[in-house]
Design a protein around this ligand. Structure first.
Ligand SMILES: O=P(O)(O)OP(=O)(O)OP(=O)(O)OC[C@H]1O[C@@H](n2cnc3c(O)ncnc32)[C@H](O)[C@@H]1O
Ligand SMILES: [Ca+2]
Length: 501
């Protein structure tokens, strides 16, 4: 007994050695856990990419999307990384020189090559979707539309990406994927708050899409989605020829029709254009579209002398004529005998809705529908020269048309879709959500890459940060208890111990 006591007393290093060994073991455990954690850490720095070309009636845009490689099924993960506007008009304008449609995409596709890391090129899908401009060309000249798509396809196949096809998308797809984009970017698929409707105004067509609780009377207007475990019953309609460029043609056609028998240049006094506006346009350039068939046969006329009057009330009267509301074969319609259930919820209005209302400063929520109309009426009376001086930076074509486009938007929303002073404020005029532009392209890609699963993916018990913190503190706790245990069991014996011995 004395010998043993002597050893513990004589060897003061004994306890220190034990603590040292314990510490080494514990640090080893911590390092192992840390390595394990790091090993399983999602590789945040690795991104995947997708390219969608929006071949619209007025122009083509190339969008590059990016998402963390290991999180592709989590909502809100895909974002726009880059966008590029193709120079010139839309691909449908190349009907007579289709090879130029392919060439036009070069600059933006070269930019895509530089933007996306080289090692990801081969696995990056490329989709091209053409909208109303190509739908109209197909109606007018099917062979020409096929040729344009053929050259576009050839051009895209020369890039190192994974080419997935170029096609004309349907109006339903355009409407539905615009709705998917808005709600994906707003993270509405995960929230209980419900979804927002989508209003898209293009150059040649316009789309309205929203979730409807009603039984839809027309199957053409109905689309069902199951996303993240929830069913969505959508109403959607695309009005071909009701984009802002085509509807201007329709409206001009209605205004000149009574004078169709005239053989000389036609003078059109237009209330939707500003006082002092006086531009001679070739008849052919204004009316060359399948949307305005009546005028097309009378190509012998040389020019249209377009004179502005700047009268908002008369402008709205003229625009009303493009909506046919005389008959409806359903219980309720928007216009042109198209079924529409009652509007539900909030709406995001994008593309030309935003360009026009933003220019006119009518996007702020503080303006009710009456104030918006008054402001627009005053704007329309502004002389053309004053406007040009006030906005030298704005393209003249756009500047000349804001009065018409604003009046069309108000009329379409109020008299076409039946928005009222009560739900006018439910419309948000938007261009982007976060850094991503709103349009059909993102929804289209998410759908084709199956990135929105029908059922909600299993989410981990803890977020990653929480998991790391918990592991660290548990290791620390084990270590502290281990040390305390060693100290306790190795402590020199107390009085009881002595007695036994
Ligand atoms: O959907 P589709 O009908 O095929 O047409 P698009 O895709 O080419 O149509 P956009 O939404 O790009 O543009 C809609 C219209 O707005 C016009 N636009 C674009 N930028 C504008 C701006 O800053 N101000 C006014 N108009 C603009 C454009 O010329 C079109 O007539
Ligand atoms: Ca469009």
């Amino acid at each position: 007994m004395d010998e043993q006591q002597e050893m513990t007393v004589k060897n003061p290093w004994h306890r220190a050695q034990i603590i040292f060994v314990t510490a080494v073991i514990a640090v080893g455990i911590i390092i192992m856990v840390a390595i394990g954690v790091v090993q399983h850490k999602p590789l945040h720095q690795k991104y995947k990419y997708g390219i969608v070309l929006d071949a619209g009636s007025s122009h083509t845009s190339v969008y590059i999307y990016e998402w963390p490689a290991e999180k592709e099924n989590n909502t809100g993960m895909v974002q726009q990384k880059h966008s590029c506007n193709v120079k010139g008009k839309g691909i449908s304008s190349y009907s007579e020189t289709p090879h130029k449609a392919g060439e036009s995409l070069r600059e933006c596709m070269d930019e895509a090559k530089k933007t996306i890391p080289k090692q990801r090129h081969h696995e990056t899908p490329v989709y091209l979707g053409a909208t109303a401009g190509m739908r109209l060309l197909k109606m007018d000249d099917n062979t020409a539309s096929e040729k344009v798509l053929e050259f576009v396809e050839k051009s895209l196949q020369t890039y190192p990406f994974s080419y997935q096809g170029a096609r004309i998308i349907t109006g339903q797809e355009e409407g539905a994927f615009g709705w998917v984009t808005v709600n994906y970017l707003s993270d509405n698929f995960r929230k209980a708050s419900g979804t927002v409707g989508a209003l898209d105004l293009g150059g040649a067509s316009t789309q309205i899409t929203f979730v409807s609780g009603q039984q839809l009377e027309s199957s053409d207007n109905s689309i069902d989605f199951r996303l993240y475990g929830k069913d969505y019953h959508l109403y959607t309609h695309s009005f071909l020829c009701y984009g802002k460029d085509q509807v201007l043609k329709l409206s001009l056609e209605k205004q000149i029709q009574p004078k169709l028998d005239m053989t000389d240049n036609i003078i059109l006094e237009d209330p939707c254009f500003h006082p002092g506006y006086n531009v001679t346009k070739s008849f052919q350039s204004v009316f060359d579209s399948p949307c305005v068939k009546n005028v097309k046969s009378s190509q012998r006329r040389q020019n249209l002398i377009h004179i502005g009057l700047g009268n908002w009330n008369k402008c709205q009267e003229a625009i009303r004529k493009v909506f046919n509301t005389t008959y409806c074969h359903y219980s309720r319609c928007s216009f042109n005998d198209v079924f529409q259930p009652p509007l539900e919820g909030r709406f995001g209005a994008f593309s030309a809705y935003f360009f026009v209302m933003n220019f006119l400063n009518l996007t702020t929520e503080k303006y009710n529908i009456h104030v918006a109309k008054e402001k627009l009426a005053t704007y329309c009376t502004t002389p053309w020269n004053t406007l040009k001086k006030r906005h030298p930076e704005v393209k003249e074509k756009y500047l000349a048309e804001y009065c018409f486009s604003g009046t069309y938007i108000m009329t379409l929303l109020e008299e076409g879709y039946h928005f009222t002073s009560d739900n006018w404020e439910d419309i948000d005029f938007i261009k982007k959500i976060g850094d991503s532009e709103v349009g059909w392209t993102l929804g289209y890609m998410l759908n084709l890459t199956n990135m929105i699963p029908a059922e909600a993916p299993d989410t981990p018990l803890l977020p990653y940060g929480g998991y790391v913190t918990l592991m660290f503190f548990l290791s620390l706790l084990i270590f502290v208890f281990f040390i305390l245990g060693c100290i306790f069991f190795r402590r020199p014996s107390g009085p009881n111990h002595k007695e036994i011995i």
